[in-house]
Design a binder for this molecule. Sequence first.
Ligand code: BES
Ligand code: MN
Ligand code: ZN
Length: 496
Amino acid sequence: MRYEAYSGSPVTQRADCMVVGVFDNQTLGELGSELDRALRGTLTRLLKRGDFSGKPGETLLLPETGNRTRSVLLVGLGSRTAYQRRAWRKAFSAALAALLRTRLVSAAFALERPLGGHFSEAELARASAELCGSALYRINDLKSARKPRDPALATVRIGPFRSGDLPAVRRALAEGAGLADSSALLKDLANLPGNVCTPRYLANAALAAGRAQRGLRVKVFNEAQIRRLKMGAFLAVTQGSAEPPRFIVMEYRGGKAGAAPVVLVGKGITFDTGGISLKDPGAMDEMKYDMCGAATVIAALQFAAAQKLRLNVVGLVPTCENMPSSRAVKPGDIVASASGQTVEILNTDAEGRLILCDALHYARRFKPACVIDIATLTGACLIALGRIHTGLLANDQKLADELLAAGNASDDRAWQLPLTEEHGEMLRSNFADMANVAGREAGTITAAAFLGKYTQGMSWAHLDIAGTAWVSGSAKSATARPLPMLTEFLSRRARA
Ligand code: BES
Ligand code: MN
Ligand code: ZN
């Protein structure tokens, strides 16, 4: 897909189709009225007849209008006063979906600017390209039938922008397109079944990303090397599985030599059965998504390298399966983590924190500017926050605020939960330095508190994506969240 930005009147744009919005009182905005005048009132006549209501997301294709652009696509914007970012996104996506059902090859968008003002021209452009890219995503399914043919749409023109803004807008379009590419990589990895996307498969995907991107170095540690790193907590999780574990280290150095890197750590459980603390069978297939944090980190490093961000970024991915077997770790077993702290594993289904704590300890050697871990860590987060917000916990409020702001700017929001020393005390054990679980109360917070025992002295934030990383039901798929938030965070740091 080609993304172009235009300035000047939408009426003069050459494209197979012009996309204009209609409010739900059947009126046109400024841009729509301009086109209507060029079409000698065709659109107002049609709206007067009541052929189009303007409800959010409604679309109507007018195939021949006699204008320079062959056809016009009307899209409902909903009520004028509620036309804010979300309504704009909805209208944009609906128009795009309608275009992809046709054989039109090019389209020019002339949607009204959303109200509220907190949407800069560049953000609008970035979101446009991102929405186009995600609309084009097709699940890499393993169905044996022939794949449906690709959509015809090849060029999308976005505008109108002030001509002075065009350079910034073009950069934003490229960034949005890059985000869509990285999102597709993330979703492809996440949507694959656990018998295909194994720890070795993830490691190969990271190596392939490293080969494809200049400046991205990837190292993969095998089980013997993980043992030499004394990652006893990580090893306890993998010991029940016949699939070997991997520890993936990705390094992108786009910033000043020696500048402290941002370190991203992703949970890479390629399938979570719960282990000996076996899960209920309902929807257990979805535990193939327990590596979404890992896929996010791989995609974020690919993005940083592809966009040549002026920033140093390190990605760490501990990856293995969590399986029951005669060799599996048992409730009550005590292991020594890489930091030296011992852990009583009371519940083998709380495995994410066990692989993450050793990776977080490994992060120290990079003397990081900050560490952010991304994990489908607790079902409790889904209960507490639902599927709208990612859970955010941090030991550094400035870092938390930066992530919240990046989430707002990219429509990929997080919500912060408290994290105190008292929560850490809930993990007390009679037999080891800590237990890996602390009962049912505040499950998301005690999980983060566990990780907090490994990040002291580092600026650290934790993103619990148990509710946001994928959607269930008939549209079951990975969402690529929280990649938009993280790439926005990285881009902002790179510009700072
Ligand atoms: N991967 C799960 C968390 C999860 C569950 C994410 C459902 C998304 C949907 C994690 O490893 C886990 O099993 N956590 C336990 C922790 C508990 C044993 C303290 C949980 O949430 O039940
Ligand atoms: Mn689990
Ligand atoms: Zn898990």
